[in-house]
Design a protein around this ligand. Structure first.
Ligand code: FEO
Length: 395
């Protein structure tokens, strides 16, 4: 359903209430998502982005209600990933000569996806496209989060179309940040940053400072997913700057997996030990085999320290721990501390393996880790508690 943002700007996207995973099965979307596309009407008319392919027919039908498709003068593809470009093939069948403005990398990516030689117009930072009363100014946003990503800024209305940046996988009956539950909105925004943008934090900081340096007033930020930032739109920019600077809260996260509950008992005793010396700190435990990995990553993002526990199996670690540690390695967290623990029976390699993976992921190891043999008895649980106390005091 289209909705008017103002007299000359209309949201023509798709709210996807059903979506429960994104990037295949890599990113959980508990609250669905939206694919935001925007139609600007001036003496020339411009469409910014499209929607995912399964919604192409619906998108074109809705867009046709907003404008005669032949009156779309320009298409702006801020990002070629298929959640924003998926309806282009169907649209371009109807208006095949319409120029598509995107970065040089955007052309490569769109050609790679759709194998079409559409009327591409490459743009760079600072390039302008006059629509009549207003202009679009393009700002390349390389690696936020793909090499082709860019922002478009609409003069006159002072609106930044930021594509994935500042977005959230959040389906809502509302459209603006001042209308929705702020806690839900921020939960989805931080999850998005933690799981997708963490590896590019240095670039996030540089890009934001570059955009601020342009001195363009911003009255609204229209991302390509989720809610539009209308009330104090720069709040999310300020928040991104905080998140980009090796963000941490007063939190310790403990991730473990367990076969017969021994490592779980260790995790709980260690958590209690940390809490006993840091009563104000958040101490959160997750069984990685039973928890959503993206939610865990969000908690790791917020943490100053991460403790990871696994028993030893086949001279290795349990697969859910191996999986989450691989995610953590890829995200390249900075400035966090780590420690390992696990119950061991026979050979007992798990703690050394976890230490190695934490170090490889850039965590500063607090100690050599803690092993307990078999099922921890009272004295072993005291040892776990004391281990937690030492970890807590060292943060
Ligand atoms: Fe929303 Fe990178 O696509």
């Amino acid at each position: 359903m289209n909705f008017k943002i103002n007299d000359h700007l209309t949201w023509v996207g798709k709210t996807d209430w059903e979506l429960r995973s994104f990037h295949g099965e890599e990113y959980s979307t508990h609250r669905g998502s939206s694919y935001n596309a925007y139609l600007i009407r001036d003496r020339k008319n411009a469409l910014i982005d499209t929607v995912r392919q399964p919604f192409a027919a619906e998108f074109i039908e809705n867009l046709s209600q907003a404008i005669d498709l032949n009156r779309i003068d320009y298409i702006v593809a801020n990002h070629a990933e298929v959640d924003h470009s998926g309806a282009l093939p169907e649209l371009m069948k109807l208006i095949p000569d319409t120029p598509i403005y995107c970065t040089a990398n955007g052309i490569k990516s769109l050609k790679g996806h759709y194998h079409q030689d559409w009327n591409f117009v490459p743009v760079k930072t600072g390039d302008r496209l006059s629509l009549g009363e207003r202009e679009l100014i393009f700002v390349e946003a390389r690696m936020l989060h793909w090499p082709d990503s860019m922002f478009a800024y609409l003069t006159g209305d002072n609106i930044l179309f930021s594509n994935d940046a500042f977005g959230q996988h959040y389906a809502s009956e509302y459209r603006y940040n001042d209308q929705v539950d702020r806690a839900e909105l921020y939960q989805e925004a931080i999850k998005y940053y933690a799981n997708i943008l963490t590896p590019f934090s240095k670039l996030v900081e540089q890009k934001i400072n570059e955009v601020i340096g342009l001195g363009l007033p911003v009255s609204m930020i229209c991302p390509s997913h989720g809610i539009i930032w209308r009330e104090d739109p720069l709040q999310i920019v300020r928040q991104y700057l905080k998140w980009a600077q090796d963000y941490q809260e007063d939190q310790v996260t403990i991730i473990y997996d367990t076969m017969w509950n021994s490592t779980r008992k260790m995790a709980e005793a260690i958590g209690e030990g940390i809490k006993s010396v840091r009563p104000e700190s958040a101490v959160k435990l997750f069984n990685s085999a039973r928890s959503d990995k993206n939610d865990i990553i969000t908690e790791v993002f917020k943490s100053k320290a991460l403790l990871v526990g696994s028993p030893t199996v086949n001279r290795g670690i349990l697969s859910s721990i191996a999986g989450i540690l691989e995610e953590i390695r890829g995200l390249g967290f900075k400035g966090k501390k780590g420690a390992a623990f696990g119950s061991v029976g026979w050979s007992g390699e798990s703690v050394e393996i976890i230490n190695g993976k934490l170090a490889e992921a850039g965590f500063e190891l607090l100690n050599d880790g803690l092993k307990v043999t078999w099922n921890p008895d009272e004295s072993a649980l005291k040892e776990c508690h004391a281990f937690g106390e030492r970890v807590g005091k060292s943060l």
